[in-house]
Design a binder for this molecule. Sequence first.
Ligand code: GLU
Ligand code: MG
Length: 637
Amino acid sequence: MGLLSQGSPLSWEETKRHADHVRRHGILQFLHIYHAVKDRHKDVLKWGDEVEYMLVSFDHENKKVRLVLSGEEVLETLQEKGERTNPNHPTLWRPEYGSYMIEGTPGQPYGGTMSEFNTVEDNMRKRRKEATSLLGENQALCTITSFPRLGCPGFTLPEFKPSPVEGGASKSLFFPDEAINKHPRFSTLTRNIRHRRGEKVVINVPIFKDKNTPSPFIEAFPEDEEAAKASKPDHIYMDAMGFGMGNCCLQVTFQACSISEARYLYDQLATICPIVMALSAASPFYRGYVSDIDCRWGVISASVDDRTREERGLEPLKNNNYRISKSRYDSIDSYLSECGEKYNDIDLTIDKEIYEQLLQEGIDRLLAQHVAHLFIRDPLTLFEEKIHLDDANESDHFENIQSTNWQTMRFKPPPPNSDIGWRVEFRPMEVQLTDFENSAYVVFVVLLTRVILSYKLDFLIPLSKVDENMKVAQKRDAVLQGMFYFRKDICKGGTTMVDGYSKAQNSTEQAVEEYTLMSIDTIINGKEAVFPGLIPILNSYLENMEVDVDTRCSILNYLKLIKKRASGELMTVARWMREFIANHPDYKQDSVITDEMNYSLILKCNQIANELCECPELLGPAFRKVKYSGSKTDSSN
Ligand code: GLU
Ligand code: MG
């Protein structure tokens, strides 16, 4: 989840003293990169996925499942046996926030040929197998977005009690610091976010009101003044970064052939974020309760919200410079391409000095305001040994601010002196239970970029509407119930791009006609006389491409999954999990997920992931090519 530096982390007070230094040099580092590679043209699209995993341990006797805090050791062995032994190893492993998490990517980026779509799932299987082979007995590697009993008593192995004391990182009533990755970056981030904010983070997720759920649903926290004040009736209260960053997701990064293609893709895909997020919904449960949301997004957003009371508009500005309308983890605030300019209708808080400096350096207004907006944030971690850098050849200060702006899309300049090009990262998706599903979502998004570029599609709508879509997308069953703003005519963008630019800002009336509310089914599958549908467009693209039979068959299967999830013929993971709990014999219709229910759910998820059982309501009829048993779990239990 970002830049890993080694060294001695500074406290918030010390980091704050260096904030201007980090920003100043971060901008100089960005300028060096920009001037060096602004004209670079790569002819191939490269891309790669990132899957985040949780390590769990089943206690079959007591019917419990816990998160195993061995991520650091497992990662060390994976890297030792993998990339450090063989630079061409097919997988790469990285740490993640939770001490029970690891992150895996393909060893080399995928290239531009169609047949590579047919290797994604195999690579994900390799990763699952490789990591699983290092686990202890009754342990498993799970791709679940949020662990249903995260933060409940005894949820980790070994077990630790949270210690809500001042010196701790989270000060959480529920989430012990031992569950945070041991690399100092992660606990420092946690502590410094809390110190900068001036209080613990506050996460309130609406509870799902079932027949026997107390109404109002109130949890009292008499022992903790902050919690007593911050927790809301009818909400599940959480108080630590781990409740958000301790969740898993599925991301895709693309290397574009040039900076302008990257900016174009950044904008186009930004509009797709809420749609694909709702389609990938997989996180209905928090801290042992059934919630009324299906996606993790708002939870993570609140879990790293370092804004002070002044910045959040609760007190007059005195010590801070700006009111800031969003958390550092949130949806994007401005489009970057020229055709996006007229749809930039969100108030953008920027660092004016940085903006002027960037303009003077010859950077255009859209890119300048993007960077000047990211740079309203303070650095959250700084290592003593890394304060003074060589701005021409290092980019740590730029990356420091950039990589703690966790937005739906990320525009990534190349690292200094590398042969990597301009990239964009697509970040909203929730991770799915199986490699098949994760491949399907990844392939869908990558194919969509091909189609956007080849057909010059235009999905842009006012950015404020994308934000409204983000809110709808997280609601329970948004995929079937939600209505989303979407552009009606997506085919004219490419040809009128220049035209559209010159007409910028002059007519909101025209904009109103450009988009309308649609269901996800309409957006994905199309509806006669309303919208052609993304899947039909992808299918017709495929028909015109030369693709080998096997690859075509795989791609069509992936698209079928997406199509059926959008139409409701198949369930999202979130819906499926809800039904599983609702039908559990122990469930008392009171929105409570007990240890035993959690155990059955995760056991089932693991069986599905390892193809030890089918799940037609989630995946449709089985059509897998390779079978293996990658689990160390004794499934007969
Ligand atoms: N785990 C975070 C999420 O679920 C993402 C962390 C990262 O940026 O890698 O969105
Ligand atoms: Mg990650």
